[in-house]
Ligand binder design. Structure first.
Ligand code: GLP
Length: 242
């Protein structure tokens, strides 16, 4: 794993955006895997800036990692809303090239199958990833099979609490989500893991020091991926000696 240390959240976003822009310039019709949460917001902000300087998203295809179950697509807490608000509506990507699982589908099982089929019809060239404090990737909570494809997950209490900051109360945080599986994440050609802040320092330290792949710590699987780059800020790296 290649580790790039940066000063802070803002620099992480800038560097990540430069990294992604470069990949798009090299392969304008690439498939990009996208994440949500607080971590990639500054990356999207800088990618929007990159478009002003010539990067075009016209020919890329995107697949998002996950979506809450039960939220309408226009709910301000849905990841559909997030992606539109913070990225898609500001760039020149054709809407039909963007993909997110529909957590408001009447048949969630079928939705998972269909989303999985769509992913399998492509090869994700670069997957942007965040990490949960408990080591989750996407919404693949501890205990998820490394062989998993798109599936419904029951969110860990700690994940609901961590994400409650976006909702008016903990009760409003959905209990379930659809997530791209670990096998799908691992099938991407390259992974760009973004880590920022003290709250993630334990998870990052554990990831860097873990020797055995263990489903109780989902991110450990990244150790077996051939092409992972981590951009992490000082605070996130503080327990690692890097
Ligand atoms: C969230 C998302 C993940 C994200 C992670 C970290 O719940 N489902 O895709 O990477 O947990 O979130 P944040 O960046 O807000 O800390």
């Amino acid at each position: 794993m290649n580790i790039i240390k940066v000063e802070d959240y803002e620099e992480m976003g800038l560097l990540a955006a430069e990294y992604v822009s470069k990949k798009i310039q090299d392969k304008p019709e690439m498939t990009l895997g996208l994440a949500t949460g607080s971590t990639p917001k500054s990356t999207y902000k800088h990618l929007i800036e990159a478009q002003k300087k010539g990067t075009s998203f016209k020919h890329i295809t995107t697949f998002n990692l996950d979506e809450y179950v039960g939220l309408k697509l226009n709910d301000p807490n849905s990841y559909h809303f997030y992606m539109n608000e913070f990225f898609f509506r500001h760039i020149d990507i054709p809407r039909e090239n963007t993909h997110l699982p529909n957590g408001h589908s009447r048949n969630i099982g079928q939705e998972c199958e269909e989303y999985d089929k769509k992913i399998k019809g492509h090869t994700i060239d670069l997957q942007i990833l965040g990490i949960g404090a408990n080591g989750h990737i996407g919404f693949n909570e501890p205990g998820t099979s490394f062989e998993s494809n798109t599936h419904v997950v029951k969110l860990a209490d700690s994940t609901r609490k961590a994400n409650a900051r976006f909702f008016s109360s903990l009760e409003e945080v959905p209990t379930h989500a659809i997530t791209m599986g670990i096998a799908s994440i691992m099938s991407s050609k390259e992974i760009l893991l973004l880590v920022s802040g003290e709250a993630k320092s334990e998870a990052l330290e554990r990831l860097l020091s873990v020797e055995e792949l263990n489903e109780s710590f989902p991110a450990s699987i990244l150790k077996s991926h051939p092409h992972v780059t981590i951009i992490a800020d000082k605070e996130a790296l503080m327990g690692t000696g890097i």
